[in-house]
Each structure stands twice: as C-alpha cells, then as structure tokens.
Design a protein around this ligand. Structure first.
Ligand code: BGC
Length: 365
C-alpha cells in the first residue's frame, strides 16, 4: 500500500517536471539554452516471442510518448539475440542518441552495453528489467515481487474456490537470467512456502524456462505432468508460459480442472481466462511504465537530473538504483473488463468467435 502511494507520487512528480522540461524544444535547438541538447532516445526491446507486450504495448506507448514530446527516437527489437543487442546499441551510440533505454537479455550483455554507453557520454535507463551490476541512471518497472505475490495469492484463491485437497503444485518460472523472474519467484514462493510448510499443498516440480521460451515451456510441462500426473495447480510466471501449460493440459482433458496463473494481460491470456482454462493474470499498465520512462529519458537527454522517490537495491553492484516502480493488478474473470476499460486490450481483439458470449455476460464491449 505504502509502495503504491509512493509510486503514484513518483509518477505525479515526473508528470509535472516533464511538462516544464519539454516545452522548450525550439529554444534548445537554436542554441539559446547553454547546456541543453536536442534529445534523441534509443530503446532496445528484448524480443517479440516471450511476451506479446513488447511489440503490442511497450513499442506503441513509447512511440506515442516520444511523438507527443516532439523527441527523436529509435526503437529496435533485439529478437532475443545477444549479439544483435550489442550491435544495435553500438549503432545507436554512433548515430548520436544521448539516452539509451534497454530491456536487457541478461545482466552480462546489459552491463557491457551500459558501460559502453557511459564511456560515450550517453545516459542510460534500465526499462522493466534491472541490469545487475549495471550502471543505469534510473530503473523504471513495476513492483515485481508484488507481481509474484499476486500470482501466488491468485493460485491459492483458485484452488480454494475449487476446494482442492492437498494439491500438488508445479512451478514454471521465467528465465533465470532475467532478474524479474527471480523477483516474481520470490513473491509467489513467499505465498506458497507457507502452504507447503503447513502441509496444505504439496511441492511438485519447479523449473526455470530458459529465455521464457514458450515451446520449451510446453516440453518441460509435458515432462512434469508425465512424471507427476496428479499435478493440481500450475504457477506459470507469464501468460505465454501459462498457455504452454494449458496446451499440454488440454491433451489430457485437464484444462479448467487445474488452475494456471499468468502475467501481462495478453489477449491470449485473457481469452484463456474467459474460457476458464486460466485462473488469473497480472495486469501491468505498460502505458504508465512507458510514460514514466520516456519522461526520464527526455529529461536526461536535456542534461537534467530528476529526482525520483524510490530506489531498488542491486545486490551485485551493491548500489541503490533510483527507481520508479508501478503497481500491478490481479485480474480474474470478473475484472477482465478493467483491462479493456483501461484501453490496454480492445474488445474487438478479445471478444472474437467463441469468446463473444463471455464478453457479453461480463459487460465487455
Ligand atoms: C517482464 C514480463 C514478461 C517477461 C517475458 C519480464 O521481464 O517483466 O512482463 O512477460 O519478461 O518477456
């Protein structure tokens, strides 16, 4: 709760500062303002398969924010290729970005890119994923431990609704190289451990999914289910991994009988909730994340030094990184409408074919 208020305050402050900072582009360009530079921001997104969000939400909202501020930008996607990630960063630096915003593919390559940028006098922001041991000036994300807590609580709620007795739980974690996946796990294991310890739940297979790869997740879950046919609940770290588990459960006619969690409120995840195959997802208002990050990027590009009210501790670099952390929201069937009302997903994408009836019942239009 306290954190939630803090994050709202942080965004509020940014909004006010941001307006003052962006109104002056023309003066800056004509050299009227001493140390001001014409902002050019580079953004590197991680891939387009581990979650639909990067291309359908982050790119769209970042573009809109930069356009609205009249700032030059270059948004590229590394398509899960670490060499490409570094090449894109090199090109952006050569092409004169003065701020670089990255979603790292792992902390090692992220750190190398951040150091190169610093050496070239380019300010940096860690967007969504913290680069451990890195040097970004700001970190903009959600409260990722809370994301995991909501997932753990969601699974407990769905299992309780089903009156599941001593359910055996499988965990499909994200990529071990993504600090967020560690934080999500910290959150949901915090909830589930108490259940395992009390004997209410049984701990089953628990695996990281390399690179959040959905196909590998299906293979892993198939093996989990073969080895443990009595799995009664699946903690899947995002909607893509959840869908992989659902695909496997469907083959055994177990979909809808074994609750599965998710994250990102993707169209596919929400449709799986509407059909009853997925128990919940976590909605992260990416527009707020993109807005907060782009405001900080623009201010950095202008040589300003904005203060934000939160920090996140980087255990590897042993430093407190100035941060903006937004609040995630748990979504179950009865509040899927909230995601549509927020403009994140369109009713026309969600309520297709077999899903139209559920949308009507839930008042989604
Ligand atoms: C993001 C999630 C996303 C996952 C896979 C995480 O770092 O926070 O929203 O589902 O990466 O792309």
């Amino acid at each position: 709760m306290r954190k939630g208020i803090l994050s709202l305050m942080a965004v509020g402050l940014l909004a006010v500062g941001g307006l003052a900072a962006c109104g002056n582009d023309k003066d800056n360009n004509s050299g009227n303002s001493g140390n001001a530079k014409k902002p050019k921001v580079g953004v590197i997104l991680p891939d387009s398969k581990s979650s639909a969000r990067w291309e359908t939400a982050d790119r769209k909202y970042l573009e809109a924010a930069f356009k609205a501020a009249g700032v030059d930008y270059d948004i590229q996607n590394a398509q899960n290729d670490k060499n490409a990630f570094q090449t894109i960063a090199d090109q952006m630096i050569t092409n004169g970005v003065n701020v670089l915003m990255i979603v790292n593919l792992d902390s090692g390559t992220g750190k190398a890119v951040l150091s190169k940028a610093a050496a070239a006098g380019v300010a940096t922001i860690d967007y969504d994923r913290l680069t451990l041991g890195g040097s970004a000036k700001y970190y903009v994300s959600f409260d990722n431990v809370k994301v995991g807590t909501l997932q753990g609580q969601g699974l407990v709620k769905c299992l309780t609704d089903m009156k599941a007795a001593k359910p055996l739980i499988a965990e499909l974690n994200g990529a071990q190289t993504d600090n967020n996946a560690t934080l999500f796990k910290q959150g949901y294991d915090g909830v589930l451990k108490a259940k395992y310890d009390s004997g209410d739940y049984q701990k089953g297979p628990d695996q990281w999914v390399p690179e959040w790869d959905n196909a590998q997740a299906a293979t892993l879950f198939e093996q989990m289910l073969t080895g443990n046919p009595t799995i009664k609940g699946v903690l899947a770290a995002n909607d893509g991994l959840g869908n992989a588990a659902i695909t496997v459960l469907k083959k055994q006619n177990l979909n809808g009988k074994v609750p599965v969690t998710g994250q990102d409120a993707t169209v596919q995840g929400l449709q799986n909730i509407l059909s009853g195959d997925q128990c919940m997802t976590v909605y992260k208002a990416v527009k707020k994340e993109a807005d907060a990050a782009s405001e900080l990027a623009i201010s950095l590009a202008k040589g300003e030094n904005k203060t934000v009210s939160q920090t996140v501790h980087d255990p590897e670099g042993n430093r407190d990184v100035p941060s903006v952390l937004l609040d995630p929201v748990a979504i179950y069937k009865d509040n899927v409408k909230a995601v549509v009302d927020d403009g994140y997903v369109k009713a026309s994408e969600l309520c297709t074919g077999a899903f139209a009836a559920a949308c009507t019942t839930l008042g989604i239009k």
